[in-house]
Design a protein around this ligand. Structure first.
Ligand SMILES: Cc1cc2nc3c(=O)[nH]c(=O)nc-3n(C[C@H](O)[C@H](O)[C@H](O)COP(=O)(O)O)c2cc1C
Length: 241
């Protein structure tokens, strides 16, 4: 295999944040999952499972996530009293299996701030435009219009390595989708509430929702031409003593 072609495939994969309303055939989904299963795995245990939501199931999950985000978002932006009521009523409180939101460590926080600034500048949302930011964030819960939402679960009994294995699986999946002309976006946002997914799928008790992935055919929307910065390898290479 030509390594230049492989490098070009890797470099051209970017998160897709606007999709066409065009269904993905089941045989294409199956081929992508089959490619994903070629990832290495801790002792070949493959301690992850995936729920593939399409059609009405996808729509019901999305509707519920959008409803909860509307409630949670209002409380987060609102007065202290709104926040108190939010905690008392509990409707919209996160039901995630993992702690999805936590403060970034100081050394990596600037990278996260930069990607946020760069993305919002690219799509024309001004600094301080909280409504514009909220609207973009809310699109997460419509899976950016993607016809397929994949929910990746990891086995509780192998905590670190199930998450690492799931990451390898997800990367293979996203590259395979890309090679077939589909777009994807890994979405931590889709793991904030796990019970709407469990309501639709028979998820074994020992599996925790790690992450979602939106998948479908990319639209020509400007958001899809965003190119996240790539750090030089020197930034992640540990030096000799
Ligand atoms: C585990 C994980 C969770 C992510 N969650 C979200 C998300 O909730 N919403 C979103 O728009 N992008 C999300 N992303 C996409 C990242 O922002 C994106 O991968 C990063 O900025 C690099 O850009 P690229 O994918 O275009 O190379 C996530 C990526 C990963 C790996």
């Amino acid at each position: 295999m030509d390594s230049a072609i492989f490098s070009a495939l890797l470099a051209s994969r970017r998160s897709t944040r606007d999709f066409l309303p065009k269904a993905v055939p089941q045989d294409v989904i199956d081929a992508i999952l089959t490619d994903a299963m070629t990832a290495p795995s801790w002792s070949n245990t493959r301690p992850y499972m995936v729920a593939v939501a399409t059609g009405d199931v996808r729509d019901r999950i999305s509707t519920e996530l959008q409803r909860r985000w509307a409630i949670a978002g209002r409380a987060l932006r609102g007065s202290w009293w709104d926040k108190v009521m939010f905690f008392l009523k509990r409707d919209g409180l996160p039901t995630s299996d993992y702690q999805v939101w936590r403060p970034y460590p100081k050394d990596v926080q600037p990278r996260s701030q930069k990607i946020g600034r760069d993305l919002y500048t690219h799509i024309g949302v001004a600094r301080g435009d909280k409504v514009g930011r909220d609207e973009q964030w809310a699109r997460n819960f419509d899976m950016f219009g993607a016809p397929v939402a994949l929910f990746v679960f990891t086995h509780k009994g192998l905590p670190t390595y199930s998450v690492s294995d799931a990451g390898l699986f997800m990367q293979n999946l996203m590259l395979s989708a890309h090679a077939r002309g589909l777009g994807t976006c890994a979405q931590g946002a889709l793991a904030v509430w796990s019970d709407p997914v469990r309501k639709e799928f028979n998820v074994p008790k020992q599996y925790k929702l790690l992450c979602g992935i939106a998948m479908g055919y990319p639209s020509k929307d400007n958001v899809n031409s965003f190119r996240a910065e790539r750090l030089p390898i020197a930034d992640i290479t540990i030096k000799n003593r």
